[in-house]
Design a protein around this ligand. Sequence first.
Ligand code: AMP
Length: 581
Amino acid sequence: MKYSTITKDSFEQHAVKPNIQDYHKMYREFSWDKISNDLSWFDKEHINIAHVAIDAHLETDRRNKKALVWESKKGKVEEYTFLELSRLSNKFANVLVKELGVQKGDRVFFFLERVPEIFIAILGTLKAGAVIGPLFSAFGPDAVKDRLADSEAKVLITSPALKKKIIEILPELPALQKVMLVNREKAPVDPDDLLYEKMMSNASDSFDTIKTHKEDYAIIHYTSGTTGKPKGAVHVHGAVVGHYTTAKYVLDLHADDIYWCTADPGWVTGTSYGMFGPWSNGVTQVVYEGGFSAKYWYGFLQRMKVTVWYTAPTAIRMLMKSGDELPNEYCFDTLRYMCSVGEPLNPEAVVWGEKIFGKAFHDNWWQTETGAIMIANYPILDVNPGSMGKPFPGIEPTILDDDYNELPPGKEGNLALKPGWPSMFRTYWKNDAIYQSRFKNGWYITGDKAKRDENGYFWFMSRADDVINTAGHLVGPFEVESVLIEHPAVGEAGVIGKPDPIVMEVVKAFVSLKDGYEQSEELKHDIQKFVKKRLSSAASPREIEFLPTLPKTRSGKIMRRLLKAKELGLPLGDTSTIDDD
Ligand code: AMP
């Protein structure tokens, strides 16, 4: 069986024919500098992401083309052309600069549901030369506070409902000067609340986009590590060169496409490929406000006539779980290309995609730090089920041993990349030492274990660290442990990822209780609720196991490795020599 939708042989039968000559030409002549020059503005040193994504289309026949088609949870549809997004984002830039005193380089954060305003406000912020910080709307107050405090965000855009959730942390953020509310629901607000709708109605729709250098900071996305709080990976305006190029050649976006990216705008996929990549290619994006529902998603694919779909393995496995009958009630005639990212895509999911949609999901690999797709199953390659694919042109991945020497094909080791592509992160916000520690022997160390085969395909093996990947969301065990020990009953806590057939891993916590507390199911639920409320439901332990004490190193650090080995029934090894690492 072939697992490719667009192989060299199948071009002829394809509705949209990606031009194979184009691809070959692209590979032969590939140069980041050339693409960067094509997208730059005034001169080759200046780029602004919002300009490339939106305003650059105004002088073309895409001016009045639909850029965003949004459907609310209640089924209400709103449409915005490139021209409308341009004008609305100009208004927002004026609000920021003229009303709120935002200056180039200030951080503006977004804690907002998936509504059109988040797209408009993000574009406007980039036009104003400020740095955007999108946050996942399911976060709880602790998760939001860590990120706002670390970035010293000056402005927060949120909604009345979400503001209520984080109200207690706001006084603890000295750098935060303004909180603006998007009040779609027309909820009661305080008289002195800044309202998006009101401020936008008074603002001019013309704005001279700040002439940002391609190395000026544009985006901060926080990502979790093994130790410490989440780190802010910083991306520059020039990153759009990577978003544009990979959206064109990996997601195979063409002018007539109707494209759906299911990622939330709070995560890097939601910005690189839920905003900048597709719009810089002049493509119409459809967005559904709500979360996962098999029935709704199938209906949305059909109703919106989606042609290119970018989703995630957990969602695909949840669709598989909902059965093969349901999709039979829908027609997916327009769908021509499907991609997946965020976790390993199991071969069964590729085969299932072929059965249900008549085409394979094309897996690709990248991470917050890389800013754009690095390794992919391309349209012109046959999909190799279970593999992440081959490197994108201009990207040089390798596999290194633990001394950072290159390993031959077939050997598992650390997945590393040769630095230097445009969308690569430039630092971790105020944490340059940790940023520098990610480079060894001239390679960027990704934190993943992988191997390369003889044909140049890369295969994901595991994370090299303790970070948990649950439904494509990275969760740092330290973050969860820090919240757990704030629960009055918890003395010590150790957190690991437990394998799960649907969401890849679930968070499992081992907990020892303080004197005077008794184990019970109620207490477990209470602890779960506590973490969910403070961090998010993804970070809340699906399982809690009480232990009298937790295994520790000589200096008292909890040994997650041992907890994980115990959980998986693996040999515990000789623990007497385990020291801090
Ligand atoms: P994030 O930075 O949150 O986007 O997460 C990036 C991490 O998700 C990577 O370092 C991998 O561990 C995992 N990941 C992303 N894409 C894939 C993929 N296609 N296959 C396996 N793991 C993936």
